[in-house]
Write a new protein. Structure first.
Length: 166
């Protein structure tokens, strides 16, 4: 009789263990689903389809650009537009070039490009620099402004490789 009770306890323990396992799995899946919805909500939830911006054949900086060479610039430190004068941004950019042959032209024009970058970023407030969409906006604007400074469309995309706002 004692053996029968032990057998029933083991069966009940196994069933309870399976139920707990299923419960934990369901809770885990629910947490992952909630986290996914939260990420979608915080990142805007939508991605633009290719060609939706109507840029006239130029790849937008957010689109994937293939077959290019990267030119990495040194980090740039900029004072942000702030009444206290104590807020700054450190940013490092990589420029996508269609061919390595353009690197010499970029190096020669680098002071002009840095001036363009510093002028644009120093007009930003800390609040603007900390907005969720700030990096995408910076990449888009710098792509336009840097190509204007060069006088032709050499830079295919701008990538931010470091972004610090203090």
């Amino acid at each position: 009789m004692a053996d029968e009770e032990k057998a029933q306890e083991k069966e009940g323990g196994k069933k309870g263990g399976k139920k707990k396992l299923i419960l934990f799995l369901l809770i885990g899946i629910l947490i992952i689903a909630i986290a996914g919805v939260g990420v979608m909500f915080l990142t805007g939830g939508k991605k633009k389809a290719k060609g939706e911006e109507g840029g006239g054949g130029e790849p937008a900086p957010t689109e994937e650009v293939k077959n290019f060479d990267l030119y990495t610039m040194d980090p740039i430190v900029v004072n942000l537009f702030d009444p206290t004068g104590r807020r700054y941004m450190q940013i490092q950019l990589a420029l996508a070039l269609p061919d390595k042959k353009y690197e010499d032209e970029i190096k020669k024009m680098e002071p002009v490009l840095k001036d363009t970058i510093i002028t644009y970023l120093s007009a930003m407030t800390p609040e603007e620099a900390l907005q969720p969409q700030a990096k995408e906006q910076i990449k888009e604007e710098l792509l336009k402004k840097l190509n204007q400074a060069l006088g032709k469309h050499i830079i295919m995309a701008v990538y931010i490789t470091q972004y610090i706002v203090e």
